[in-house]
Design a protein around this ligand. Sequence first.
Ligand SMILES: NC(=O)c1ccc[n+]([C@@H]2O[C@H](COP(=O)([O-])OP(=O)(O)OC[C@H]3O[C@@H](n4cnc5c(N)ncnc54)[C@H](OP(=O)(O)O)[C@@H]3O)[C@@H](O)[C@H]2O)c1
Length: 363
Amino acid sequence: MSSGAILLTGATGFLGRRLCRELLVASEADVHCLLRDSDTAPASERLRRVAPARSRRLIAVPGDLTAPLLGLTPDRYDELATTVNAVYHCAASVNLAAAYGRTAPVNVSGTERLLTLLDRRAELGRPPARLHFVSSAGVFVTALATGTITVSEGTVPTRATAGPSGYLLSKADAEQRVDQALDRGTDITIHRPGIITGDSATGATSPDTDLLGCLLRAAVALHSIPVGPGHLPMETVDTVARGIVRLSQTAPRGSVFHLTRPVRIDVPFIALQRAGYPLLPVPEAGWYHQVWQHAWEPEVYPAYVVSTASGLTEHTAPRLPVIDSTATYAAARSVGIDAPPLDAPYFDRLVANLIAAGALLPP
Ligand SMILES: NC(=O)c1ccc[n+]([C@@H]2O[C@H](COP(=O)([O-])OP(=O)(O)OC[C@H]3O[C@@H](n4cnc5c(N)ncnc54)[C@H](OP(=O)(O)O)[C@@H]3O)[C@@H](O)[C@H]2O)c1
């Protein structure tokens, strides 16, 4: 990795914390973390609480993606534009239930502001910096309806492939802005994870935001699990973070990566049965119908939101395209990343963690 400084957004988030750790390990660069704060002291304190280790290379930058100049003074903005030669843009408003107008200021305008920072760097006569943009495989949730059965790294998302969720529409619009910048010659790589779930070794996750955790919680509340041929696209948070950092070190400009693997729908849910929950297997479409009918229950509502974002209607299960990630995982293996299996022992660790965190009532 080149020797200049790094700017990381979203360092306090589920994926961002892990990215922060990987960046410290994989480089010797200072890592400037843009945190949504108005002053240095609270930002530094927040960073200290989430940081993987005490490091003088971690620098808190109080700011805001929704504010002009990222909420920085003109001097601090220019200082950042001058010193930072890689931007890892992980921050987002990740709220599948929010309207487009709520998510776009962070997800679309925030991405535009980071592209403007790179332009400012060029104006200041510095060599080009690279943006590593964390998008989402969710920008393809309704690709089947547009006639796309298999989505490869080269497939371009549109508003039609992103489905009805304001969040995913804003991620698709952000990708469009990134594509336009690529056309202008900006140096960018794009990373599209699927569902990001718990650590591969410990199962530790973010119980409130893990989308798979939402589906598992609904299964416990409904006393049933979905079975069938469907798949969910997912990857563990540590593999996604390591993948983004390691792949970005050697990837040519314009590379796109799909850090997500298909897991048969029943595999994570059967872990609930092994943990001792008495749950009835139900064909996938029928299970989603139950989610729809019980959407008003607090334990089911988050699963309803996740499913409607994926095109759920009252009588159909979400129909997801195949996310082809063959090229990404081949590239990952070539840089020494061997993604651990997403198998029964892994999902047992995930369920045990959700129980320990209080996200699932014990069986
Ligand atoms: N989670 C998934 O399953 C998933 C799947 C596919 C793609 N992704 C993508 O992966 C990335 C990380 O997701 P995550 O689940 O880790 O999200 P998360 O835990 O909700 O973290 C979001 C981060 O963005 C920051 N942020 C929000 N608004 C901001 C603003 N106005 N200015 C500066 N920072 C702001 C948050 O800071 P605060 O601490 O101040 O709130 C937080 O650090 C996102 O780009 C998301 O779209 C996530």
